[in-house]
Ligand binder design. Structure first.
Ligand code: IMP
Ligand code: ZN
Length: 347
């Protein structure tokens, strides 16, 4: 590793946008494939390598393949513990994992046991002493409509009360070209009223401005991607103003957007627009397994593309602490951790 790569690795980091099944590493996929050889799944079907790009549709096909490999409690436990350990090994000190609870009739997996298993993985890693604070966001897949969204909110509410603070919020994700967010507003509003934080994928594709405008009225606590919100790419100033007025942080995932072809290149990524405004912008991975990246690499890419000094990069990772969904006391602990590491890492 060159000196620069060492810096990004040692930089303490906060990961706020990581889909569990998109974060499964090569090594874990190998273990899953050996558990289920009859599926005839090859590794090339679960990841998008260096220099490769896919349409967004093709990306969503990849998730379907991974879901076939991860369909028992045992699989989820292995996947979640592996993912948590990998983020920790990459210098991530605080992680918010998100995942869509799935029911699998063949294996007896229920949505409730799905969430319980993720929570068990988080607790196991804590008991092992893995140096990372992990929280969970229950995800709504937009394609499944109003009723499922409401069920998911109820499940998240139950776990918010029973998980000892591990379930902190709700994510809205899934194929952005399917369904309309307006039908999900009652469920999202209910979640917000009961104290769940909201992170919503907004304007991932150009056609969603009207939907984003409506959902911003909630308002959400964070925005995933927000690629097409600003006027330079067909968005609107009034939508940008809503984001600014409510000071809603953006979760920005460079490689995911480049490989999924929603932005033309790293240098044209909307990180530049929001960062220049001084708006809270948090570098994240989205799907580190599928897009073959990690958070250190994403910070490295952001810094080299937008000429950020080590000091500016440190500030960026430090400011991400303000955007986490865990309570103020956790933010304070993390700030202390950053303080303790500063003189060694920021030489
Ligand atoms: P899971 O929720 O842990 O199963 O992670 C995979 C799921 O996350 C996918 O099926 C999508 O619903 C969602 N997802 C992952 N990446 C993206 C993205 O870039 N946009 C929208 N949804 C995504
Ligand atoms: Zn995402």
């Amino acid at each position: 590793m060159d000196d620069d790569a060492v810096f990004y690795q040692e930089l303490p980091k906060v990961e706020l946008h990581a889909h569990l099944n998109g974060s499964v590493s090569f090594q874990t996929i190998e273990k899953l494939i050996s558990r289920k050889p009859h599926l005839n799944i090859e590794h090339s079907m679960t990841a998008i390598g260096k220099g490769q790009r896919r349409t967004l549709d093709e990306c969503f096909e990849v998730f379907k393949v991974i879901h076939k490999l991860v369909d028992t409690e045992e699989d989820i436990l292995m996947v979640a513990t592996d993912v948590i350990r990998e983020f920790a090994a990459d210098g991530v000190k605080y992680l918010e994992l998100r995942s869509t609870p799935r029911e699998e009739k063949d294996t007896g997996l229920t949505k409730r046991s799905y969430v319980e298993t993720v929570i068990k993985a988080i607790q196991q890693c804590k008991e092992e002493g893995v140096d990372i604070d992990v929280r969970f966001l229950v995800a709504i897949d937009r394609r499944n409509g109003t009723e499922v969204a409401m069920e998911t909110v109820k499940l998240a509410e139950d776990f918010m009360l029973s998980s000892d603070g591990l379930v902190v919020g709700l994510d809205l994700s899934g194929d952005p070209t399917v369904g309309h967010g307006k039908y999900l507003i009652p469920a999202l509003q209910k979640a917000k009223n009961s104290g769940l934080k909201l992170s919503l994928h907004l304007s991932e594709v150009p056609s969603q401005l009207e939907e984003s405008d409506l959902l911003l009225n909630l308002p959400p606590d964070r925005i995933g991607h927000g690629t097409f919100l600003h006027p330079e790419v067909g968005g609107s100033q009034s939508v940008v103003d809503k984001v600014l007025k409510n000071n809603i942080p953006l979760e920005l995932c460079l490689t995911s957007n480049v490989k999924g072809q929603t932005v033309p290149s790293y240098s044209k990524h909307h990180f530049k627009y929001w960062y220049q405004l001084g708006h809270p912008s948090v570098i994240c991975t989205d799907d580190k397994g599928v897009f073959c990246t990690d958070l250190s690499q994403e910070y490295h890419l952001a810094a080299s593309t937008f000429s950020l000094s080590h000091k500016a990069t440190w500030k960026l990772s430090h400011q991400a602490i303000d955007c986490i969904f865990a309570p103020e006391a956790v933010k304070e602990q993390l700030r202390q951790k950053w303080n303790d590491l500063e003189s060694r890492v920021l030489k």
